[in-house]
Write a protein that binds this ligand. Sequence first.
Ligand code: SF4
Length: 493
Amino acid sequence: MALNLNSSNVATRENRIGSITGYIGSLSDLADQSNRGTLKGCSRCFSQSSTCLSTCALGQLSAIREVAIIHHGPSGCSAASADAYYLDKVMAKKRGITNNTVYAGTDMNEKDTIFGSAESLRRIILEVNQRYSPEAIFVTSSCATGIIGEDIDSVVDDVREEVEVPIAAVHCEGFKSRIWATGFDISDHAVLSSIVQPPKQKRDTINFKNFYESARSEIIDIFSNFDLEPIFLYCNSTIEELSHISESLATTCICGTLGNYLGNGLEEKYGVPYIRSINPLGIAGFETWLREIGKVTDRSEAAEKYIEAQRVIYIPKIEEIKKELKGLKAVLGMGPGYTFEVSRVLNELGIEVVWALAWHYDKKYENGDVPPSMEYLLENEVDFKASVADQQNYEVMNILNKYQPDLYLSRHPGSTVWAIKNGTPAVYVADEYMIFGYKHTLEFAQSILESIHNRSFEKNLARRVKLPYTDWWYQQNVDEFLEEVKSNGKAIR
Ligand code: SF4
């Protein structure tokens, strides 16, 4: 990708890497069309509500310690990230540290949306800086500021010398993109352009982009076998840590959708290699990932030794549980980073994926390659029905009703709850490390087994709940949507 750190604006995923939110077909067709450059996203004439990308951008930035987020917009937009702010405090407490990050909204009103409020924004930045002495300031935008063309960049440039800490304008207007993951890229761009400094020396560290560092101590232990120290980003990161990430030996991530922009940006700008393997979920993922880290950091021998020792402990147990999972059928709905990785793990465990929904789909990553998770599935001749739907739950319900799988897996609680109300056992893949490495793959397999062994909760709930979907909707044939897409160029709903 061509990274332009002189501009505070980042092109959307749709424009940069051809991401889409509407498709129905199969995994092989999706990948084939991506490779040939013929894949076109479909639009819906009906859409359920989705997520605002600013939530992802603000959530990422507010997780950094001792910074100030000044959200320039109406209070309703600022409130969208209240839960992220709360979560950041909880995650810091869990680690036994304090995160004094401040989150302030400028509370734009009707008058501001007509006449602009650049002067109040300026005053608010200076007041926040004086009152809280943050180590960096991120001034974020909203739809309202984007629509009226509020010149946030000029205000930021104007106060730069006065505040004496790094300050960046962050353009996260929600209307920019249907793909909320664009918010991850926007936050990475702000960090790359305002915080990260050119390297002075190389260190035995590895940048690890993740959400909530729940496996922090475990990963520190694993990497100590290779004399490597992980730097977890951005949850509980400090500005000092972030300023040095250009000095690491490599960058990796728990999810390609989350880590792609930062990984590629650090590689392009500072030559820090980005680990482009399948993710460390399941056996194949974990081993491929460790071997790639070993290769890039010149620690292959240590990586092989670790793999060998861990296989002895876990593989027999995983093989044993696989006997009970064999033949189960699953539907899953997740962000694309996890959809195709978790499909691979389910396949590894002997569970057949009958349909996978990805909340969006990136045709290619920033380096021009098809995402490694897709490539792996195709090379191993795994294919299944697939669709791209930005949390369009009514489509999930139709698919569950038709395929009657043994199991539904999602990383979004709202989606999982609806499956349970429908009588389908569901596993909420909430924690990003829930399938990480050998140990958690075994635990994941056990969770699946527990979910399908006792189905009384789902059955009882389904009997008592009246869902809003009519028989007419359930009778609609999702398989035929593709034909409609092919003939009309858009999905019929
Ligand atoms: S920024 Fe736009 S999309 Fe996001 S919450 Fe505000 S109005 Fe909604």
